[in-house]
Design a protein around this ligand. Structure first.
Ligand SMILES: NC(=O)c1ccc[n+]([C@@H]2O[C@H](COP(=O)([O-])OP(=O)(O)OC[C@H]3O[C@@H](n4cnc5c(N)ncnc54)[C@H](OP(=O)(O)O)[C@@H]3O)[C@@H](O)[C@H]2O)c1
Length: 293
């Protein structure tokens, strides 16, 4: 297949693009960030450029991974969040419709308010921050305008080691700097989603041809505190480094976070397509592979 990837310089694409190339797909990599020469410039906010590019390439699929993923920046600048995550997605959707490309849109467990605890695909959405809202509005546009699409919601993404702007690499950096006492929030739950596992299972879902909305995260749920404890253990620093649980009030941040963004892969379970490993197994493997870098 010919697949055009947006957000090709990002953390998830760093696993997805090599996986697609290894399987013999033709990949057109695009992003605003051209950190490697193979990536072509494509600003998803620019409707004319998006239409022009998709008209020229006529991909079988667009894997739309580009997004503003900085949750606090989204809260501080809602216009920016909606322009990139919602209207940018609309530009991609319009182009897919016009030029008959199928679409994969990656969404997030941040569409849920946390009150239920763990969410499946049939649960009601109610995002508590602008990032979640802007991604949810993107979902609605995909569902309203297309029939041949996959929307896949992921959890707390982990991957790419130093490309990871999120929690795991931040903790690793502190450990590498020799910190002996860490603090981590224990009142918010989520579902780690390793980009390697997500990537490995992605084409099973796409090739099923069973379009629709799915959750795809690793098995099990945890808090940041639970994750920090495991990172310390797998970095062979248990007993040397302590982790103190704190409430989220300890780290005042611009964007509210729901008490739980934890998702379960209910539809993949029912279809026999849930090959996602337990998060602890994947974290152990990820740290073992990367820790001496
Ligand atoms: N990270 C998570 O925990 C998480 C969880 C669930 C779902 N997701 C979703 O998964 C997808 C991939 O996320 P990720 O973690 O790989 O994010 P990422 O590392 O931030 O990658 C996103 C890429 O999109 C680029 N981008 C931003 N604005 C753009 C624009 N206007 N036009 C074109 N490219 C643009 C970014 O460039 P810059 O870096 O220069 O901004 C970055 O290279 C996103 O749709 C995200 O919403 C992420």
């Amino acid at each position: 297949m010919k697949i055009l990837v947006t957000g090709a310089a990002g953390m998830l694409a760093a696993e997805v693009v090599p996986m697609l190339l290894a399987r013999g797909h033709e990949v057109v990599q695009t992003d605003i960030n051209q950190r490697i020469p193979d990536i072509e410039a494509l600003e998803v906010r620019d409707k004319a450029k998006v239409l022009e590019k998709i008209k020229k390439e006529k991909p079988d699929y667009v894997f739309h991974l580009a997004a503003e993923t900085d949750v606090d920046l989204c809260e501080k600048d809602p216009d920016h969040a909606y322009i990139v995550n919602t209207l940018g997605t609309e530009n991609i959707v319009v182009a897919c419709k016009e030029f008959s490309s199928k679409l994969l849109y990656i969404s997030t467990g941040a569409v849920f308010d946390g009150k239920k605890g763990i969410y499946d695909e049939f649960d009601n959405v109610n995002p508590v921050n602008i990032y979640g809202r802007s991604k949810l509005e993107g979902e609605k546009i995909v569902q309203d305008m297309l029939t041949e699409y996959f929307i896949i919601r992921a959890g707390w993404m982990v991957g790419g080691w130093d490309l990871d702007k999120k929690f795991v690499y931040k903790i690793v950096q502190q450990l590498k700097q020799g910190k002996k006492e860490l603090v981590a929030v224990d009142d918010k739950k989520g579902t780690p989603t390793f980009t390697k596992d997500f990537s490995a299972n992605l084409m099973n879902v796409i090739n099923s041809g069973r379009f629709g909305l799915y959750h795809m995260a690793n098995k099990g749920t945890c808090s940041r505190y639970d994750m920090a404890l495991k990172i310390v253990e797998y970095m062979d620093l248990a007993g040397v480094v302590t982790v103190k649980p704190v409430s989220s009030a300890y780290f005042p941040l611009p964007a509210p976070r729901s008490s739980s963004e934890a998702i379960r892969n209910y539809k993949l379970d029912m279809l026999g397509l849930n090959n996602m490993p337990n998060w602890e197994t994947s974290l152990a493997g990820y740290i073992k592979l990367n820790k001496d870098k």
